[in-house]
Design a binder for this molecule. Structure first.
Ligand code: PEP
Ligand code: MN
Length: 342
């Protein structure tokens, strides 16, 4: 059971309510949320359910939960969530396009790519400053300097930015320099990081873990939502498959499944999903057709010089053509994509 507290509840009313829950043999855990302070009540609820709790002073709403209830569920909220990143909106029926290099490598590499993705029609600029690499000897990103370059590129082009954070100690630097923080596939289960991001209130792009079920993924989102941060966008980026023909197995069915389970926006990353530049455009178009709220694509001015993920980077001209195709496809999508005026 969830009890949503009235913001004007007095300390005495709160204490009386907690006593009442305890007297009924249940335990309550308080948590802040975008919907007001919540009491999550667990235990044998039979006694409490028979009481007119809604009428108790200081209580705004009482929600009986089914076993599948979560803040991310459609049971909790039917209207699609629209996440605002700067002036850009993700979710609610539109198509948000994100482009940029895998990693920020230098000021001129980033700026040149930022200008190119903007000219191609991208809404947001991506670029990794803290890079998770399989080998510790590979290029691991420019760190704080990379974040500052992203901030400068954003000031110059007007594009909001998204960049990955891996360590709770870097959250503050990230949220002050970029508009959205990405949790990468390797950190989907880094619960301390998710809690920290939940407390920051900053928009979060939560990638699917490499071997995460959709339920695992939604429960990771729950860690952020439960801290009172409703600004979560899910990103399908492929799961571990058995066939090395593609880097990962891009699960586009997940987009359709998520529509039946959550109000959160869902975007797709065909770059990490396939690992090959040639395969990115067809999968990006398929993602739009499947109803994705956005697509994130790695773009490098000269892929042959890229310090990470070179094989999957599109050249700016290829990205421009792809953006045109994706916009066209989005213009003919219809009814099964929820729309919102929020
Ligand atoms: C990335 O976006 O550059 C990245 C490392 O993504 P993922 O976590 O999906 O591998
Ligand atoms: Mn990459």
């Amino acid at each position: 059971m969830l009890i949503v507290l009235d913001p004007a509840i007095t300390p005495e009313q709160r204490a009386q309510l907690l006593d009442r829950v305890q007297a009924a043999g249940c335990q309550a855990q308080a948590t802040p949320s975008a919907y007001g302070e919540l009491l999550i009540v667990e235990g044998d609820l039979d006694v409490l359910k028979r009481q007119p709790l809604r009428l108790v002073p200081g209580v705004r709403k009482v929600v009986a939960l089914s076993s599948t209830y979560t803040l991310s569920s459609l049971e909790h909220q039917q209207e699609p969530t629209v996440v605002k990143v700067g002036r850009v909106r993700i979710g609610g029926g539109g198509l948000t396009l994100i482009g940029g290099p895998c990693a920020v490598e230098s000021a001129d590499q980033l700026l040149e790519t930022a200008r190119a993705v903007k000219a191609a029609g991208a809404d947001l600029l991506r670029g990794g400053a803290y890079k998770p690499r399989t080998s510790p000897y590979s290029f691991r990103g420019l760190g704080i300097d990379g974040l500052r370059l992203l901030r400068d590129a954003s000031l110059e082009t007007g594009l909001p930015t998204v960049s990955e954070v891996m360590d709770p100690r870097h959250v503050e630097a990230c949220v002050t320099n970029v508009d959205m923080v990405q949790v990468g596939t390797r950190n989907m289960n880094n619960f301390d990081l998710l809690i920290e991001l939940g407390q920051s209130g900053h928009p979060v792009l939560l990638k699917r873990g490499r071997s995460a079920t959709i339920t695992d993924w939604l429960m990771a989102a729950e860690y952020v939502l439960a801290q009172g941060n409703p600004n979560v966008v899910l990103c399908e980026r492929g799961v571990r498959g058995f066939d090395p023909s593609t880097r990962n197995l891009l699960d586009l069915a997940a987009v359709a499944v998520l529509r039946t389970r959550t109000h959160l926006p869902v975007i797709v990353d065909p770059s990490h999903g396939t690992g090959h530049a040639q395969l990115v455009p067809p999968m990006a178009r398929a993602a739009v057709a499947a109803g994705a709220d956005g697509v994130i694509v790695e773009v490098h001015r000269r892929p042959e010089e890229a310090l990470s993920d070179a094989e999957q980077a599109l050249r700016p001209e290829a990205f421009r053509d792809l953006c045109e195709d994706m916009r066209l496809l989005a213009s003919v999508r219809k009814s099964d994509i929820p729309s919102s005026d929020a």
